[in-house]
Design a binder for this molecule. Structure first.
Ligand code: HEM
Length: 340
């Protein structure tokens, strides 16, 4: 009887111990362990990751290598950034780019090419000199390569990796990344030159307002007067100058990490860079459309540099007047007499 009683006591004791351990363990796991000075001790054995994140904002430890940043183990904003990069950005990019392409196809089917109504006159005048065209094409070439190599970072993995396989995709992505890094410099130079070269003709004024009210000759059948650049071209100019500057500034923050800003700053820079890039690409698709199949005679302006007089009359009548007045003035001016 006594033996049985002592067995029951041992059994009850073990049960109580187990119960106490079961109750104590989650409590210990939930509690943030603190150092004697009250600061949180992230290396304590029974820390709860979630609790630590809430208390500290991020989890980092001590590392013995010079790169102290390697000690950051978990940074919650990184998860938000990853969700942005893998979901939100892809939606923004797809809507902006595919949406713009769809709009352009619909617009072309509805409006067709805007023709030179009076036909070609056979007489031309210079619209862009060789330097202007050189800057334009250098910037445009860099832009297209930057856009393709950038889009590869956003969409390459879901779209190209399954088609190309890992080896080819890795090799292509590496070259694309080199191109993105190195072509950023001539692209930035191009944006600066475009800003300086064409700023005089791109300040908005009252003529632009009238031009927009009349649908710019693209939407309606009217051909409102315009100076060297109409309101639509001015819009493209400012998109290039401001979008190009924003892409360059944020791009260099990413290209030279930690020189100017920390991880949080770079995450913001990346969000701005990528959203600006998507909108920029969509806008340039519109620009390429008007410069090629959207308008007869427009490509020549940047191709040979000369446009037909009837094209100029239809789309930039005030500019044509100015150019003709200037030509008459130079012809009327007596030739300089050589010094005796
Ligand atoms: C002008 C200077 C530019 C610089 C210095 C620059 C630099 C960078 C860098 C360092 C990255 C991050 C690459 C990585 O994660 O490995 C990036 C991403 C990207 N860039 Fe640029 N870039 C520039 C211009 C442009 C332009 C003009 C476009 C568009 C036409 C563009 C489109 C993109 C896109 C789409 C991404 C990928 C965004 C993402 O999915 O994370 N970039 N750029």
């Amino acid at each position: 009887m006594r033996i049985q009683f002592s067995r029951i006591r041992i059994f009850a004791g073990v049960l109580l111990l187990l119960l106490a351990a079961a109750l104590a363990f989650p409590a210990a796991a939930q509690q943030v362990q603190r150092n004697p000075d009250g600061s949180v001790n992230p290396t304590a054995s029974a820390v709860n990751e979630q609790k630590l994140l809430q208390t500290l904002g991020q989890i980092d430890g001590r590392v013995s290598i010079p790169a102290q940043r390697a000690g950051v183990l978990i940074q919650p904003a990184g998860r938000e950034w990853r969700a942005f990069h893998e979901i939100t950005l892809r939606i923004i990019g797809a809507v902006a780019i595919v949406g713009m392409l769809a709009l352009l196809v619909i617009f072309y089917l509805w409006r067709g090419m805007v023709r030179i109504e009076a036909g070609r006159s056979g007489r031309t005048l210079v619209r862009f000199n060789a330097f202007e065209r050189g800057v334009h094409w250098m910037t445009a070439t860099c832009f297209v390569i930057l856009a393709i190599s950038g889009l590869n970072i956003t969409f390459g993995r879901p779209l190209l990796l399954p088609l190309m396989g890992p080896e080819a995709f890795t090799a292509w992505s590496q070259w694309a990344k080199y191109a993105h890094n190195f072509l950023s410099f001539p692209f930035t130079l191009g944006v600066v030159l475009i800003f300086l070269m064409w700023i005089a003709g791109n300040i908005p004024n009252r003529v632009d307002f009238q031009w927009l009210k009349a649908g710019g000759g693209i939407v309606g059948q009217e051909h409102p007067p315009a100076q060297r650049f109409n309101a639509g071209q001015k819009l493209i100019y400012w998109i290039v100058v401001l979008g190009g500057s924003a892409a360059a500034a944020t791009g260099y923050l990413l290209l030279f990490p930690f020189y100017v800003t920390d991880i949080a700053g770079m995450q913001i820079a990346q969000v701005i860079h990528s959203v600006v890039a998507m909108l920029f690409i969509a806008a340039m698709l519109g620009h390429i459309y008007i410069g090629t199949i959207g308008m007869e005679g427009a490509f020549e302006a940047m191709g040979t540099g000369e446009v037909d007089v009837n094209w100029a009359k239809q789309h930039h009548s005030l500019w044509l007047d100015e150019e003709q007045a200037r030509a008459r003035e130079t012809q009327a001016r007596p030739a300089a007499t050589p010094a005796e």
